[in-house]
Design a protein around this ligand. Structure first.
Ligand code: ADP
Ligand code: ASP
Ligand code: MG
Length: 429
């Protein structure tokens, strides 16, 4: 008998009907002879609503109490799901992240999993129960306080449990039929990908394809856990994410024998751009700026330094960071203004990042030119550029993002001629 871990995202359990529909699917898996461990997210947009609520009572909502608040969302859905399963005549028990043995460090709001001790989950399924685990949460090893893993963290809970329980597969159920060549909410002609490597999925995820969280893919790659991303609404086979196509491919049609040239186009509107204006062009300046940012525990994404003007010897340094860290970055830099010696700061949160991802681009020299041509033909202005071996990213105006993504998608021949990508639920929030 195999053990299967299934994760249901918020859009799959948005209301009582959704919870009952998901409960039926879980019971089917159990009836097929599997042991089933389920990870569940908070219902619909509950987490966003709790964040908004926190913002109404406090200007700085973070830390310990914020985690206490947010984890309540998953507690509601786990208990309701267990009740729905019981009413179908099957045994189910729900567990918080702490009860399920999700041990983390003490960084509130973005804790890292440091150990998983799923003893209670194992005993529960061995006794014949379906175990339901609250996603996105754990308990700090040191402080014993409740922590959360960062937005979208239920994906990571699922993969971490799958690894610790030696599951056959980790199924991620969501509101689209799998991983597509672009976000189906933006590109109707996006194509479902049957199989994608961990590497390409990592790049797509870190470039903004929120269908899977970057950390979850990293974890799956480390422990070699195949992930099957699929819809909880349609029952169709979805996308396998694994090291080798042979590893888990069970899609329709032919087995892909080699990597696609391009896996897909990702976009991200969650970042902002900071420009440090008038920085003296001498050794140590960039280091001083990014030390301040690092000390504020902010992750920087793209960095660009302009050539200094010969007359002044001054340069500008621009970088992107999560919008949610924008205020903190500006106030930390302002405090260090005298010491660093720059002239002023500019903050722009109306940007978007568009990325093209594919292992095939390593060996194909025309990719960059086609990418920039597509953007220029669509009249989209490029503000920043960064590349890795298997990715090109640009920053543009946020207003241009949909058009830019569609133009690039078409230019690389990714449009599907046959079916339109379906979005079954969710608000896209
Ligand atoms: P869940 O609530 O199940 O965790 P999410 O909203 O986190 O769902 O992720 C699913 C959403 O990810 C889809 O509705 C889709 O809009 C978005 N998405 C972004 N990029 C992609 C992509 N390349 N393929 C599929 N979905 C994508
Ligand atoms: N409920 C959390 C969020 O909305 C975690 C998750 O859904 O994965 O970010
Ligand atoms: Mg998600």
């Amino acid at each position: 008998m195999g053990l299967v871990v299934q994760k249901y995202g918020g859009s799959s359990v948005a209301d009582a009907e959704g919870i009952k529909r998901v409960a039926k699917r879980i019971v089917e898996t159990k009836k097929n002879g599997n042991q089933v461990v389920v990870v569940v997210s908070a219902m619909g947009d509950t987490t966003d609503e709790l964040i908004d609520l926190a913002g109404e009572v406090s200007p700085v909502a973070d830390g310990r109490e914020f985690d206490m608040l947010l984890t309540a969302g998953e507690r509601i859905s786990m208990a309701l799901l267990a009740m729905a399963i019981k009413s179908l005549g099957h045994e189910a028990q729900s567990f918080t992240g702490s009860q399920a043995g999700l041990i983390t460090d003490s960084t509130h709001n973005k804790a890292r999993i440091i150990d998983v001790t799923p003893g209670r989950i194992k005993s529960s399924v061995d006794e014949g129960n379906i175990a339901i685990v609250a996603g996105f949460q754990g308990v700090s090893q040191d402080s014993k306080d409740i922590t959360t893993l960062g937005r979208g963290g239920s994906d990571t809970t699922a993969v971490a449990l799958a690894a610790a329980l030696d599951a056959e597969v980790c199924e991620i159920y969501t509101d689209v039929d799998g991983v597509f060549t672009a976000d189906p909410r933006v590109v109707k002609s996006a194509r479902k990908i049957d199989w994608i490597s961990f590497e390409d999925m990592l790049e797509l995820a870190s470039s903004g394809s929120k269908v899977l969280l970057h950390r979850c893919v990293e974890y799956a790659r480390r422990y070699n856990i195949p992930i099957h991303v699929r819809s909880s609404f349609s029952g169709l086979s979805g996308t396998w994410v694994s090291s080798e196509p042979q590893g888990g491919y069970s899609g329709q049609g032919e087995m892909p024998v080699e990597q696609a040239l391009i896996s897909g186009v990702a976009h991200d509107t969650s970042e902002a751009k900071v420009t440090v204006v008038g920085v003296p062009d001498k050794p140590g300046e960039a280091a001083a700026i990014f030390r301040v940012i690092a000390d504020a525990e902010i992750n920087v994404d793209m960095v660009v330094q302009n050539v200094s003007a010969a007359s002044t010897g001054l340069t500008d340094i621009s970088f992107t960071l999560p919008k949610s860290d924008g205020k903190k970055a500006i106030s930390s830099l302002e405090k260090a203004k005298q010491k660093i010696g720059f002239a002023s700061l500019r903050y722009d949160d109306q940007i978007a990042k568009i990325s093209l991802v594919g292992a095939g681009m390593k060996t194909n020299p025309g990719v960059t030119a086609t990418f920039f041509d597509a953007l220029s033909n669509a009249g989209v202005n490029i503000e920043l550029i960064s590349t890795s071996e298997i990715r090109i990213s640009v920053v543009t105006r946020q207003d241009d993002v949909s058009e830019a993504v569609r133009a690039v998608h078409t230019a690389f021949g990714l449009d599907s001629e046959s079916d339109e990508a379906v979005v079954y639920g969710g608000t896209g929030r």
